[in-house]
Design a binder for this molecule. Sequence first.
Ligand code: SAH
Length: 356
Amino acid sequence: MNHLKQLIDKLEESSNLAKEEWIDLMRGRNEETAQYLFERARYWQRKYFQNKIYTRGLIEFTNYCKNDCYYCGIRRSNGRADRYRLTKDQILECCHSGYELGFRTFVLQGGEDGWFTQEKILEIIQAIKKDYSDCALTLSLGERSRQSYEELFYAGADRYLLRHETADEEHYRDLHPPELSAEHRKQCLWDLKEIGYQTGTGFMVGSPGQKLEHLVEDMLFIRRLEPQMVGIGPFVPHHDTPFAQEAQGTVELTLFMIGLLRVMMPDLLIPATTALGTIDPMGREKGILAGANVVMPNLSPTSVRKKYELYDNKICTGDEAAECRNCLKQRMKSIGYELAVDRGDYCRRIKEENHV
Ligand code: SAH
């Protein structure tokens, strides 16, 4: 058996590799290694989740943002972004149609928008949890104080998504203005975990300036943090950002990273992301076959879909929620998987001895 397959086996057995081994594996990867990795990834995916794919209904409730991340289409400095906010009633309406369609998790995502004060967010959380007590609520509102995270948690939020974007301090500075730091973002993640949220982190693949060494740091950080979810997707340029002319990430490397995540932490919740579906018409199917087990279709009203444009050519911006769910249902069926009507909570699994 060749060296790279041995490294994959080692990762599977010990959930860890030394830095140099990570580099060897990523640098040496080829089609054959990838196929082997995806087989191992699917072994664990099937063992723990069978052919069930969890769904989360994504509600993009504001595209106002005080931050100026160089890669993001809704950054503060993009004067051409057509800004919007959903009202509480509109958000509840999204949940209503989502519930009817079978969603049992709602994700409230937005830019860092001060118009939604802590009080307003608390009110929205309470309203959703009151009407949909059998559903999980995920927040993705960016960096906030520990106290704020605590209050949102005690108001009923179950999960929080905050990608670390890149674990390397210097690379982080290449992607963000000086007022943002990797250190603060990571501290938020430690806080979220400690408070008791099911916590999701993640990173972009192929963001400008990214080296394999950075991806190794991402894997080591994830190993330390032990999040319940990890979302990764290719970087895709947006025409009205400083990164308009940069190359996009590749499907190939994104899939390889999904496979590595599944083998490293087999019980992880890993979405096949919209960004992956954007750069490849079969991207989400390929993501599932590389080890992902979650999809996050859009529940936002069609009227605002196009405005939450983080990157160019984002898919599904013209479809109704029902169309999105049905489309994904068919897509999953075509590769032998089914959408689950389930909250899809994280469940810790202990690996048995001698599993192979
Ligand atoms: N304001 C929230 C939500 C951010 S949007 C927060 O700070 O967490 C969700 C994710 O979209 C980001 O974490 C980032 O990883 C991703 N994203 C933003 N711009 C992107 C781009 N140009 N290409 C690919 N992914 C992008």
